[in-house]
Write a protein that binds this ligand. Structure first.
Ligand code: PLP
Length: 528
């Protein structure tokens, strides 16, 4: 049976699937298959029993809604079961290994959650008078201090709400600095292997993006970079460690070269986890860099929560940073919110209020519970885990670049050549084995890329099980069991999806089908 959007509401027997794997209900084990919440609703069903309200005089000036909103009528257990079931279908770092490269899906320690929920922090309102939130402002100031210390940078702005938002902040500051100098610069150089947000940010700020090729060893080609420099270059956006999981060993030279022509060095710091406590970006000549608190500092992300992307600045750019920021003045902690006085050169405001307070609390709790030695060990263990995977798969998969990697291992798909199995097919089979797939087809400079970032939080047992599953699947693929991969995943609640179709033509609204046929279907499913 299909609903009016073509989605099956009852199990359909898939001709590709062994019949013995189908059930009467469509449920698999205790994984339940249910109709859409709208299809479950029955007019008049209700979850609460309240007395009719006393009639009141309307103050809506005749603007009351005339028709129903169209929400389904449901009982309380129906609502509860619906959302609990959905939450169980949502794979998360709390459920298992999540080796998505470039995403740093590490464990979110419960101490962070506990502290963030303390009434004095969790119940704050951003519009409270500053005299009543001195502790919260001090916490922001404290976190700012540690971010500056860790990166060796003199200034930081806390408000950006994600990594990409931080990039926008950094490049807007670069643009403001050039404008203050009376200069019009039109180009920003970005390596070919950059995260997609880098060229997008530069383009959003009105710059022409020029790609710099990579060398055979996966680092940016320094000669090609030097050739592209000129007085019209506003800056370079470089990720370090880069998206191939490699440290850009020429980083100091790159910084010097861009400074020589009067440009700025934007460093994408999303991969800070690999160098935490080991390298200070300030020592490398960085002018602006975002820090993904939701990656390195363990605040939940990937459907689990909002991000936070504070940006550290060099002396040369600090004056252009956005408002608001916290200062310690005569009356304790204060917020500078206006573009005037000391903040006269600020490029303005990027976000309502002061940033993602809940993430600040979690990040500071994470730093303080680890201490300086613990933070350094995070980077060491993250790099060790990635290299353990790299070496353990070395005879089965081809490492795209020779030598030791940083926090993530990158392989190409040359092993799969001629098997009829693609990186995507392999990833689908990994789901059957109980692993969230790695990042695929990124970075673009590597054919059929598989980017695996285990992070420091995984144990040797988990890594060994993952490596075992990968070796098993790769043997299966090279032994010619192509069909197994083409029909994977076999055990997930949904099988192979049209992901492109879902992204290009998303069906986001449910529209009731008024036809008699549809009503009959509704009553059938309501009765069952
Ligand atoms: C994650 C990431 C970003 C973007 O961060 P968001 O918080 O997702 O906006 C940018 N660059 C790199 C290298 C990243 O890994």
């Amino acid at each position: 049976m299909l609903n009016n959007k073509g989605r099956p509401t009852q199990p359909t027997v898939d001709s590709n699937v062994d019949d013995s794997l189908e059930t009467f209900t469509g449920n698999k084990g205790l994984e339940l298959e249910t109709p859409l919440i709208f299809e479950q609703g029955v007019p008049g069903r209700i979850g609460v029993d309240m007395a009719d309200p006393k009639p009141v005089k309307s103050r809506l000036g005749g603007l009351e809604r005339k028709e129903s909103v169209g929400l389904p009528d449901l009982s309380e257990p129906q609502v509860l079961r619906h959302f609990v079931r959905l939450s169980r279908q949502n794979y998360a770092i709390d459920a298992g290994f999540y080796p998505l490269g470039s995403c740093t899906m590490k464990h979110n320690p419960r101490i962070n959650e506990k502290v963030a929920r303390l009434a004095g922090l969790g119940d704050l309102h951003p519009m409270q008078p500053t005299s009543t939130v001195q502790g919260a402002l001090e916490l922001i100031d404290d976190l700012a201090h540690w971010l500056k210390t860790i990166t060796g940078m003199p200034a930081v702005t806390m408000s950006p709400a994600a990594g990409a938002h931080g990039e926008l902040c950094g490049v807007m500051a670069i643009r403001a600095a050039h404008e203050a100098n009376g200069e019009v610069r039109t180009r920003i150089l970005v390596p070919e292997s950059a995260h997609g947000t880098n060229p997008a940010t530069a383009a959003l700020c009105g710059y022409k993006v020029e790609a710099v090729p990579a060398r055979a060893d996966g680092r940016m080609d320094l000669d090609a970079f030097a050739e592209k420099l000129g007085p019209d270059v506003a800056g370079v956006m470089l990720t370090n460690p880069n998206t191939c999981g490699l440290f850009e060993t020429d980083v100091k030279r790159i910084a010097d070269l861009v400074h020589e022509i009067g440009g700025y060095f934007y460093c994408d710091g999303a991969n800070l986890n690999a160098i935490l406590g080991r390298v200070r970006p300030g020592d490398l000549g960085v002018d602006a860099m975002h820090i993904n608190l939701h990656k390195t500092f363990s605040t939940p992300h990937g459907g689990g929560g909002p991000g936070a992307g504070p940006v550290v600045f060099s002396e040369g750019l600090a004056a252009f940073a956005p408002v608001p920021y916290v200062i310690q003045g005569e009356n304790g902690f204060e917020l500078v919110e206006q573009v005037e006085g000391d903040a006269a050169q600020s490029f303005g405001r990027m976000k309502g209020f002061h940033g993602q307070m809940g993430m600040f609390i979690r990040a500071l709790a994470y730093m303080q519970s680890h201490g300086a030695d613990g933070l350094r060990q995070i980077a060491e263990d993250a790099v060790l885990n990635a290299n353990y995977i790299r070496v353990s798969l070395d005879d089965k998969l081809h490492s795209s670049f020779a030598g030791i990697c940083m926090h993530e291992a990158l392989f190409d798909d040359s092993t799969l050549k001629g098997t009829g199995v693609t990186t995507l097919d392999l990833a689908k089979a990994m789901i059957d084995e109980g692993f969230h797939p790695m990042t695929m087809y990124f970075p673009l400079v590597v054919h059929g890329a598989m980017l695996i970032e285990p992070t420091e939080s995984e144990s040797r047992q988990t890594l060994d099980q993952f490596i075992g599953a990968m070796r098993y699947l790769l043997d299966k693929a090279t032994a010619g069991e192509t069909d197994y991969f083409l029909s994977a995943p076999h055990f997930s609640p949904r099988r192979r999806l049209d992901e492109t179709g879902a992204a290009r033509n998303p069906v986001l609204r449910w529209i009731p089908d008024e036809s008699a046929d549809a009503n009959e279907k509704t009553s059938v499913s309501a009765a069952s």
